[in-house]
Design a protein around this ligand. Sequence first.
Ligand SMILES: Nc1ncnc2c1ncn2[C@@H]1O[C@H](COP(=O)(O)OP(=O)(O)OP(=O)(O)O)[C@@H](O)[C@H]1O
Length: 237
Amino acid sequence: MLTIKHFSKCYKGGKRAVKDLNLQVEAGDLYGFIGHNGAGKTTTIKAIVGILDFEEGDIEINGISIQKDPIACKRKIAYIPDNPDLYEHLTGIQYLNFVGDIFSVGKDKREVTIKTYGDMFELTSSLGDLIQSYSHGMKQKLAIISALLHEPKLLILDEPFVGLDPKAAHTLKSIMKELCHKGCAIFFSTHVLDVAEKLCNKIAIIKDGELITSGAIEEVKGNQSLEELFLELINHE
Ligand SMILES: Nc1ncnc2c1ncn2[C@@H]1O[C@H](COP(=O)(O)OP(=O)(O)OP(=O)(O)O)[C@@H](O)[C@H]1O
């Protein structure tokens, strides 16, 4: 579903943010991407979803290169950034319809999806309000609903639990598990190691732009907790 091959990124005038990253995410994977502040997670995520150019390596969504055919890739994926920048002058429902139009989501399918996830996130009664009146968590919920409208095959989330209250975080975790159960793949960054440990079947740990371990969570962490493993790897050297 997602193949990252020898991906490197060097910002203009800056140091190398990611170095020779290789990763494979399969259908059904709930893949956690873990690393310290500045490790290179957001850089990698932005490259995967086609909003950050890169010169070295390739990233493929279902065998299609994000750099060669970004439109075909974007039809299959959804991306929720760590700080959703939505159109504040629209109401929630106008924004969802705008996204639905972009992805050509049919009227009936659109209504069912908006009602289902709107109710799950307790946002339905606020969808007629302007986004500028929403709290950070409400914007995050709206961004999540908009991302699910076109039934993406690959969902990419950057720090998805930040700003969500415990109930909404629980709802999102349930949705993520259900989507992967149905064959969707999810790749998400997080600093919440307890959540990653409980939720993910696979994890990758990145340090200073380099992948230091990846694979099935039970194999990667062995008998340790994920927190113990992370601290050991990050403090090493
Ligand atoms: N636009 C940019 N220009 C120059 N350097 C950048 C830019 N964006 C990120 N960097 C640098 O690239 C490195 C990786 O940053 P990135 O945002 O990918 O880290 P991260 O793992 O997502 O961190 P965090 O957990 O703090 O969000 C850091 O050294 C950062 O300073």
